[in-house]
Design a protein. Structure first.
Length: 316
């Protein structure tokens, strides 16, 4: 399915060097902010207090967040669970303040607006649990990266595997750089979005790589640059349909999904935008600079009867 068909190939690789310099600067800034500011980790990673409260009628989550914010807490995780009357609140840990003291303080503030609110349970999520979650998250990211490299190396060629991984890690680091620069809360949901972006971005790279391999077989007189330009141009319509429809869904979560889905959708939005860019200008360009040739993807056919062979066709 195509929305439109471009008759003349767009010379993407002509501007590859300039765009990759811009990409490198963006990547370097993301790394700088990650080291200088760090990520604003959520309660799942840092530890804190988990509260479950119950209302006599459906709770107004925005009002609950506003009440908790007046107590000096920054971004607090507030969501419904079970029913519209039950609310779960996650509070970051504070030095010198116990979990019981935190829950009592928050419950007293909530009772000002609704005296019938009751505390169902409260528990402390220790930092040790947070460390385990962080370690498991890094392991998951490492397994995804290694799996993608093995898949691409087997299906295509090692040059494609290296270029795709560099492009995908470029997307991941830039997402983390945005969260570090703006100090957005980095939660398990955001980590899930980062892993989803890895798979989503590699899918776009595979589509372009597959078309490059097909073009090498179809157009024998084209050089590598012309083959890559043609592959990217011929898949533009598919890219617009796929990424456009996905971005519409993600934007609906970003605008109407509330606080629970806000940063999850934000990470996906950044990842989709940079995923398109990296698949075209980073992955394809790196494969070109690594010396991608027709022979890397199409093995020459060995003829059984070689005229130069003195014994070819001989019968004993």
């Amino acid at each position: 399915m195509e929305l439109f068909k471009i008759r003349k190939d767009i010379p993407f690789m002509r501007h590859a060097l300039v765009l990759n310099v811009v990409s490198f600067i963006t990547f370097a800034l993301a790394v700088f902010f990650l080291f200088s500011r760090g990520l604003h980790l959520s309660v799942e990673f840092t530890g804190g207090t988990l509260m479950e409260v119950s209302y006599s009628q459906p709770a107004d989550l925005q009002k609950v967040r506003g009440t908790v914010a007046t107590l000096g807490y920054g971004e607090v995780f507030v969501q419904n669970f079970g029913s519209a009357r039950d609310v779960m609140i996650r509070l970051p840990s504070q030095k010198g303040v116990s979990s019981a003291q935190q829950s009592e303080k928050v419950l007293s503030a909530l009772k000002v607006n609704d005296p019938e609110v009751t505390l169902r349970r409260t528990e402390f999520v220790g930092p040790q649990v947070g460390d385990e979650l962080a370690e498991d998250g890094l392991k998951a990211l490492a397994f995804v990266v290694v799996g993608i490299m093995i898949y691409l190396a087997i299906r295509f060629e090692w040059k494609f595997a290296v270029s795709a991984i560099i492009a995908n890690l470029h997307d991941v680091v830039i997402i983390l750089g945005f969260f570090a620069f703006f100090q957005w809360e980095f939660s398990l949901a955001v980590l899930a979005a980062v892993l989803a972006v890895l798979g989503y971005s590699v899918n776009e790279s595979v589509v372009i790589f597959d078309r490059i391999r097909e073009n090498f077989r179809r157009y024998r007189k084209m050089n590598t640059v012309e083959v890559i330009d043609n592959a990217i141009t011929s898949t533009i319509s598919r890219t617009i349909i796929t990424h456009g429809s996905t971005q519409i869904m993600v934007l609906s979560m970003l605008l109407f999904g509330g606080e629970t889905l806000h940063y999850f959708a934000m990470a996906l939005t950044i990842g989709i935008c940079f995923g398109i860019y990296s698949s075209v200008f980073v992955a394809a360009a790196i494969a070109m600079w690594l010396g991608l040739q027709r022979e890397d993807l199409i093995k020459p056919i060995k003829k059984d009867n070689d005229p130069s062979d003195e014994n070819s066709g001989a019968v004993v």
